[in-house]
Write a protein that binds this ligand. Sequence first.
Ligand SMILES: [Zn+2]
Length: 336
Amino acid sequence: MRQTADNICVASGAEAVRDARHRSEPAEKNGCILCAASLDVGVVGLFDTRFGMPGSYEIHRCVRCGFEQTFPVLALADLKKLYEAHYNFGGETDTFYTRCRERFLFSFLYRFWTQLDGDISFHMPRGSGRLLDIGCNEGRGLRIYARNGFQAEGLELNQTAAAVARKAGFDVHTCLLEEFDPATPYDFAVLSNVLEHSPDPRQMLRDVHRILASGGQVWISCPNSQSWLRTVFGRYWINWHVPFHTFHFSPSTLRQLLAEAGFAQIKVRQITPALWVAESFITFLFAREGKKNGQLRNAFLTALLMVFARFVLFPVLWLGNRRRRGDCLLAVAARV
Ligand SMILES: [Zn+2]
């Protein structure tokens, strides 16, 4: 069964933004979306450390629950333009780079590294049942989920990326998540580094809850706003990623959002991917306001810093994770 392009979904970055086009307002500008309390200015002077886009941003923090949001909140039309300029999959397939990446992703080496470093994309669990990868892009994850035993489908608004995934044999829905009404509910929904891009994460989780079967699970990965790397790198922490990251989750605020959306059996843990450590180092060393940070695509430097992070800093990373101050939150919750 193949869905047509006009009957569904939401997703990563650009998709999350497009999903919110039809909502009246993505977030309350003067209050916490979680508890409605007022916000205080937390971090100031943030700028885009990747693409060199102009603009200064702040992080505002709820005085009651601590939930953090990026300010100013860009108009959805402006954010959509930024995604189209910097994020959208351009259709690169069957190049030397993509072939190498493909071989690596399906190699023993990748499984070994993921075991060692942590699995932010949920590529390790094996199982069965219907799985929806929200923001599946061109379907790399879908191939891995299918290999691991799941009946994998994707949700992706980028038509070019969706077409590539379909060509590989997957059902990919290309409508808004809020309008997505699957005939059969899913057993698993994956939000891998997607939720923090959403202008309305509360609604996104409610929609995910709606499309899951009873007992179905949502798997979430997103940056941890209480990461010790945030303290170390300050304004240069890679996971501020303003203005694309609209909300910043801690273990407790993520739990609250999940519970409010109707989820139970919520488990949240932390990992610290070596890649994220490397990128924070590179940002600290090279990011300049208004200039594109080309070093983030320096494969040699990135690999070198990843090895340093994983094999030299590992006691610190381990301790950070144990103390709930790892860089990435991994959450699993069930629909009841
Ligand atoms: Zn709050």
